[in-house]
Design a protein around this ligand. Structure first.
Ligand SMILES: N=CN[C@@H](CCC(=O)O)C(=O)O
Ligand SMILES: [Zn+2]
Length: 388
């Protein structure tokens, strides 16, 4: 076993309450990694000795990004749909069926290669933990296949058979499939289950249907996540609170009762609200108001939602920049949401921070402070740092 000392850190974000400010920052810092875990962090003047050393030469270091919401297993793209939207068309979720057809037609090796490319793209931008959903199979064989492939790259896999009702299939018959044989086949490969609860969309699910999906999944031992309130108001936020979901995702259209319920639940480990401003960017939609949620005491995560329909981006630094520019977040709030917030949305306490004992998942920024992630949007400053 080799201990590894990282030196030359101009700004170290730890989320450790022993250190300064809302991010637990140490300036002119060092960090020791032992056996893949953080063994020590603090001012470089008191750094202990170690077997090996890496000097990051005045750069900032923070926990690797936790992207707690992606749809990375799919084939094909929908660039034409994106272009049509930019010319005035609306997003309804109808294009999901095209990705389902392309994904079903692709072999395992093609899906695996495409997935590996997207995972490498995310890592190259500082992401060290990824959640991945199914949802482009929408029958028993293909949903199970997508989760099996996702499991090869992350333990954070989510069954999203209830993404949309596939065209030409009766809604009730499909719900019976999702809550019965499909759930049984997929549960062994999934940690979580999710539903696209959006009563205003003809393709997605209403409150009662979503409740049926989520309660069946919980009975099968899966944790819950909810896509909701993306396209308009709806019952998804209250459902997420009621059923103890780990995360409410999108949450653009929340009324005061939704925010109050989320704030009340926050005191008892209620849902994290996961915001994905790349979706609003790529669908030209109004952005949610993160500050309203943060002021109510609700934990917020930032995620990419990387998918071929609403946001084909793996870039967590872009989400930080958009969070600051359009969701009214401070730099500190956005950096927390992309690290600790994501970890809390996945109910993980070993990632998203750099306290002693955390996984040594490090992101290094080619700048002296993490503020540059938002200050220099679109510039590829962040990457993962592999040590020990
Ligand atoms: N909103 C539902 N699902 C995805 C979009 C999927 C697609 O359009 O292919 C989302 O999270 O935005
Ligand atoms: Zn999504």
């Amino acid at each position: 076993m080799t201990s590894h000392l990282v030196t030359g850190i101009a700004e170290l974000v730890t989320h450790d309450g022993r250190f300064a400010g809302p991010l637990g920052v140490v300036r002119d810092a060092a960090l020791v990694v032992d056996d893949g875990r953080v063994a020590w962090a603090g001012p470089s003047s008191s750094a202990p000795a170690a077997d090996a050393r890496t000097d990051v030469e005045g750069r900032a270091v923070l926990p690797g990004f936790v992207d707690s919401h992606t749809h990375l297993v799919f084939a094909g793209d929908r660039a034409d749909e994106f272009a049509a939207r930019m010319a005035g068309a609306r997003y309804t979720g109808g294009g999901i069926a095209r990705t389902v057809a392309a994904t079903r037609a692709a072999g395992d090796d093609a899906l695996r290669a495409h997935l590996a490319r997207l995972v490498a793209e995310a890592k190259a931008q500082g992401t060290t933990t990824l959640e991945i959903k199914s949802g482009y199979g929408l029958d028993v064989v293909h949903e199970e296949r997508l989760l099996r492939l996702a499991r090869e790259v992350t333990p954070e896999t989510t069954f999203l058979g209830a993404h949309v009702v596939p065209p030409g299939i009766d809604r009730n018959a499909y719900l019976a499939l999702v809550t019965g044989p499909m759930l049984a086949a997929c549960a062994p490969h999934a940690r979580w289950a999710d539903v696209f609860c959006e009563p205003g969309s003809p393709h997605a699910f209403d409150g009662d249907e979503s409740r049926a999906v989520l309660t069946a999944a919980a009975s099968a031992g899966l944790g819950l996540r909810v896509h909701a309130n993306q396209l308009g108001p709806g019952p998804g936020a209250l459902l997420a609170v009621e059923l103890g979901a780990a995360s409410l995702d999108h949450a653009t259209h929340l009324d005061d009762a939704d925010v109050t319920a989320l704030a009340d639940a926050a005191a008892h480990g209620g849902p994290v609200v996961t915001l994905m401003p790349g979706v609003e960017l790529s669908t030209r939609s109004p952005y949610p108001d993160a500050r309203r949620l943060l002021h109510a005491g609700i934990e917020v995560a930032l995620a990419t939602d990387c998918n071929p329909g609403t946001c084909y981006s793996t870039s967590m630094p872009l989400m930080i920049a958009l969070g600051v520019a359009h969701l009214r977040m401070t730099v500190e709030q956005a950096v927390r949401a992309a690290t600790l917030g994501g970890a809390r949305a996945l109910r993980r306490d070993d990632v998203g921070h750099l306290r002693v004992g955390a996984r040594a998942d490090l992101c290094v920024v080619d700048a002296p402070s993490v503020a540059h992630l938002a200050y220099r949007p679109g510039v590829p400053l962040a990457r993962t740092l592999d040590v020990g």
